[in-house]
Ligand binder design. Structure first.
Ligand code: CP
Ligand code: NVA
Length: 320
């Protein structure tokens, strides 16, 4: 007699791919395919003619850090495409009482079709991926924020027929967002300038890998030089989640590392992006967020359609 087993037979599983870093976008062709599909989904939503491509699919989401956009855009989007979600806050699970990831991952992948995870270390999403038989999506780690970077690429791609022809500049902390833009630069061959205070540089291995892929990455502490003639201006908070204790020291270190009107003026009528939440008056001036160059709220709305295109792709659910 054949007994059911709690191990999935790998031979019956389609090749699984995860989305753990921005490099996992793979190449420019896949990025453009995801952008096209995200735009189709957006149009389908506006015209109320969406096919329920995620019908019967359930996505688990695990949060070890706060979220507004990521959680709601995934949940609302998946429901709009006919799927379901289960949201877990880590502190209310057995993980908080010491259950190992390798056990949690093998259990949960028997219930859901993908796991979306927001956590601290990159090693944590990598461990989930090692033990899961369903795709793992990085919903932000200390190292990278690939769902946001995909969204930001979409936001520029929708507006600019040659999105990577002119330089992009990132002002502020060399954090997960900076690293993600560096990886994107590698994938598309971008001229990317990063302006950050000394001691707050982005991940050196990301810079090296992107340069090896053909990007031009400049790391400088000169904000005006970074912004000069740039077509896209990017920034993020000076103190990320988990760095609350450093907030005061960072206020001092980052003074002047701000997208203000002077930065916009020295750039080339730029698109201004911020992943949000923003600290107005710190990394970005209030009048820039509210000004004519800002595409920040469109960027936030694009989270939903970008992530749906990604999930369809990871789950083999894209329409033919
Ligand atoms: N940009 C972003 O990831 O926002 P949340 O932290 O609100 O999810
Ligand atoms: N760098 C920020 C991004 C928030 C979306 C953080 O990690 O807190």
């Amino acid at each position: 007699m054949t007994r059911p087993t709690d191990r999935r037979d790998e031979r019956d599983q389609p090749a699984r791919s995860d989305f753990l870093t921005t490099f996992d976008l793979g190449d420019r062709d896949r990025l453009e395919r995801l952008c096209r599909r995200a735009q189709d989904i957006k149009l389908g939503m506006q015209e109320r003619r969406l096919a329920p491509t995620l019908s019967g699919r359930v996505v688990g989401m695990l949060f070890e850090k706060a979220s507004t956009r990521t959680r709601v855009s995934f949940e609302a989007g998946i429901q709009r495409l006919g799927g379901g979600t289960v949201v877990l806050h880590a502190q209310t699970t057995q993980l908080a009482r010491g259950e190992p990831i390798k056990d949690s991952a093998r259990v949960l992948c028997g219930y859901v079709d993908a796991m979306v995870i927001r956590t601290h270390g990159q090693d944590i999403v990598e461990e989930w991926a090692r033990y899961s038989s369903v795709p793992i999506v990085n919903a932000l780690t200390d190292l990278d924020h690939p769902c946001q970077i995909l969204t930001d690429a979409l936001t520029i791609w929708e507006r600019d027929p040659e999105p990577y022809a002119r330089p992009w500049a990132y002002i502020g902390d060399g954090n997960n967002m900076a690293n993600g833009y560096i990886a994107l630069a590698g994938l598309v061959g971008l001229d990317l300038r990063i302006a950050c205070p000394k001691g707050y540089a982005p991940d050196a291995s990301y810079v090296q890998r992107a340069e090896d892929m053909g990007a031009t990455i400049t790391v400088t502490d000169d904000v005006a030089a970074a912004c000069k003639d740039a077509k896209v201006l990017l920034t993020d908070v000076w103190a990320s989640m988990g760095q609350e204790d450093e907030a005061q020291a960072r206020q001092e270190a980052f003074a002047g590392f701000q997208i203000d009107q002077a930065a916009v003026d020295v750039a080339d009528d730029p698109y201004v992006l911020h992943c949000l939440p923003a600290h107005r008056g710190e990394e970005i001036a209030d009048d820039v967020i509210e000004g004519p160059n800002s595409v920040i709220f469109e960027q936030a709305h694009n989270r939903m359609v970008a992530q749906l295109a990604l999930l369809e792709d990871l789950l083999g659910a894209s329409p033919a």
